[in-house]
Design a protein around this ligand. Structure first.
Ligand code: FES
Length: 182
């Protein structure tokens, strides 16, 4: 086989492997990613990476290595570019053991601590019967390990549930939010 033909076969193999990797993305994930891709120039698909990982996170409640590879293939990026981003941001869980249907992050940094975050953490731990970093036995809640400042200091104490911000928390408000989740 000529060198040109060998190169062509290699490129075809790579394209087919890339297509296979992306095949595990759900239709919902694809639709979500596509809606973000329309906001950027065609050659800037990397701009949709955070949104793509968030779509996977909301679907699977964690981001597996296979899904990272699928996102890379779908966006036409090297796998390492996805691993770097997914492992850098604390909002992405990479361990299946951390996969709860709802992810709770209570900020325990200075402003929140001075406004009662310790009491909120204790309250959630006793309400759910788990410690920070654990998932409830029914898989409903993952209580994330201590979270650093989530940039809502003026609304302290605060928490994120499934990436939604809740500020000015009281114990009653925490109960109301968690009890309202399916
Ligand atoms: S200290 Fe809690 S959001 Fe900044």
């Amino acid at each position: 086989m000529s060198e040109t033909k060998v190169e062509t076969v290699k490129i075809q193999d790579m394209r087919s492997a890339s297509k296979d990797a992306a095949a595990i993305l759900t239709q919902h994930e694809r639709d979500d990613i596509d809606s973000w891709l329309t906001r950027y120039p065609e050659d800037k698909s990397q701009s949709a990476l955070l949104a793509a990982l968030r779509a996977v996170m909301h679907e699977d409640h964690y981001v597996s290595r296979e899904k990272m590879d699928a996102v890379a293939a779908y966006l036409g990026l090297p796998n390492i570019a996805v691993y770097e981003v997914a492992s850098f941001y604390s909002m992405f869980e990479l361990d299946k053991k951390s996969a709860g249907r709802h992810s709770i992050s209570v900020c325990t940094n200075v402003s929140c601590m001075l406004n009662g975050s310790d009491e909120i953490v204790s309250h959630i731990e006793s309400k759910l019967g788990v410690k920070m970093g654990e998932t409830t036995s029914d898989g409903k809640f993952f209580f994330k390990i201590e979270e650093e400042c989530l940039a809502a200091c003026c609304g302290a104490p605060m928490m994120q549930v499934d990436h939604v911000y809740y500020e000015g928390l009281t114990l009653e408000r925490v109960d109301e939010i968690l009890d309202g989740l399916e």
